[in-house]
Design a protein. Sequence first.
Length: 420
Amino acid sequence: MSFLRLRPAGPLSGTVTAYGAKNAVLKQMAAVLLASGQHRLRNVPRISDVAIMGDILTAFGCTVAWENDHTLRIDVPAGDEIQPVAPAHLVAAMRASLVALGPLLARSGSAHLSLPGGDDFGGRPINFHTDGLTAMGATFDNTPGVISATRRGPRLRAARITLEYPSHTATDNLLMAAVLADGRSVIDNAAKEPEVEDLGRQLIAMGARIDGLGTSRLTIDGVEELHPADHEVITDRVVTATYLAAGLITGGEVHVIDARPDHMDRLLAKFVAMGAEVDCAQGIRVRGPQRLTATDVATLPYPGVATDYKPLITTLLTTATGVSVVTENLFYGRFRYVDELIKLGAVVSTEDHHAVIRGVESLRGTDVLGTDIRAAAALSLAGLVAAGETVVHGREHLERGYDDFVGRLTSLGADVSVGS
């Protein structure tokens, strides 16, 4: 296991590229299973989760190769040649592997996956996926630790599904299953995230018939066959937020040239409330004050402030003037990084799903542990301003979601290096 070593280097300044969204491309890699032939995904980040999903697709019988630094070519065999069994060690490494379930059932009629792993944010049940697929004609075998499903009949059947919660991954999974189902499916209370829209655009390019993208109701008219397509992945809004936050916490000026401000309205409004100057003329450019101002933040499903932003926001507020309250409304247990911030001198108290942050003038460097992607990124932000040296363990989490994190921070003027 390797770590990052960070020291303060003054205000960060410069321009970076965020590249494609992890939470879009992993689903889009699964979507290629719906059509045999050669697919291309462009603007793909070079991250370890993409490599794992590539290995999973290879296990299914696909051929996966990089055409250049950020273009992925995937050759998919005929439906009866797909091997719908994924190695347990790969599925256990990444929760997004669950989205192969819908495409496999729709295309090959069966799927056998271990229960997925990934970041630990507390309980995240998979019943939204299995209940919806059952309504579409799938049968699940209750084997401990394994998801084993088969399709009744030659095709999945259309269904009207109302999600109890607008789950991003469940919406993705059911959407991919529905595009080859027999008849018209409706998904109510669907997730509205830009990444869901982007998956829908890829599927439409493949020949799917989908209405309602970007709304809480998706209507899908199933087709008998899809074809390969080329698709460019949308920019990662959480990676964008991370580099913008790096500029703000250091009182610098950072420009993410491929950022999508239309996907980040609520977060940018919070940045302004903290005292930032925000320019969205080309990508997003932020300029931080010498010290940010406290503000209250609550996470909500899109278009609200995303739960993935919260560790970044909490870290920004640790050195802001005043008292802030951050409320987590989506995932229980996602304040586990707070104890690490406290080690750095932050004054934070938590109760249930609230965190109260009393801003301090400065943090102090020490050894901390990032237990998931965003926690490791947030602790790295703290290390940019903490006096002395900060060592962030858990660099492997950063590699799951950030393309050359160290290189991009260094290009902005950060003093950061890799140790082992």
